[in-house]
Design a protein around this ligand. Sequence first.
Ligand code: GN1
Ligand code: MG
Length: 350
Amino acid sequence: MKDPRQIASAFDIKGEIKEIKPLGNGLINDTFRLYMDGPEDYVLQRINNAIFQDVELLQHNIECATSHIRKKGGMTLTFIPCKATGKTYWTDGETYWRVSVFIRDAFTFDTVNPEYSYYAGKAFGAFEAMLADIPDTLGETIPDFHNMELRARQLHDAVKADKAGRMSNPEVQAILKDLLVYEEEMCKAERLYREGKLPKRICHCDTKVNNMLFDKDGNILCVIDLDTLMPSFVFSDFGDFLRTGANTVAEDDPAIEKVDFRMDIFEAFAKGYLESATFLTPIEKENLPYAACLFPYMQAVRFFADYINGDTYYKIKCPEHNLVRTRNQVALFHSAMKKAAGMAAFIKSI
Ligand code: GN1
Ligand code: MG
């Protein structure tokens, strides 16, 4: 890696850099905070271009979306152009970097209570509503990112190749068998789309709890981590928030007996979301409980395929990390499935 200080100075930033420290806990990009002697601090990020292969498209999506939100008076991220090219990223042909303004006095959370969950629902619904009339065409920064049929195929390919020799483990076989039972049911969104019954809209596609900035009073400042902003089903944003927000424990907690899908979080989030996502069609609305089950399932499939492939996608902190994550997400999926009827009843009631 090149010196972050040198890279940062390629951007049109104000003041001198006092210090650079790692920031956040994303699983894909490397993120740093630039402490400046000027009025603003910045966030410097190395974009993982093995995963985001079209950085030009990625930054195009982000620039269009942030300027559209800003025009509507919403708060959003501000990216700094590169001095030499005027583009919002810098590259030496190998690595890709970008800089945005650091938002001060903001907090992120890895867990939420029902009150914050309601605000989050409102914020993500409002985010989608603001982008509903964006005039630009946005592309898929990771093609078929939340396509369950593709994710299922990738799991089958991983199993067949067994690159890391992990398929001989009986537990791995048992998890596979369990996941396969639900595969067809979980691919419902793609079928509805092919039948012309389900639209794609501009979605955030990584609505983890910690991708939202709050102020000290609990007001939502803005939605961050816009890399996966792309056309998708609304299920992405609804389901992925609950995957992290409604789980009683973190997605990689090994204590799977503690995993439970929290209905209080579901109800608060759904209420907020339905208040601001007023554009939803009846099919989208009635499938929100499916979305709440789909995302733990899809994430289980993704972590599991990565484990079988020998951990090439997600950053890991221990050799079994992806297996631990898989167990956790499978448990969450089963908990959500048990509560799906209750979720449907709640959605109907509001
Ligand atoms: C990745 O990097 P991070 O933590 O924001 C992943 C998400 C997963 C998530 C699981 C581009 O997001 O899709 O849900 O890890 N992002 C990408 O924690 O694959
Ligand atoms: Mg993130």
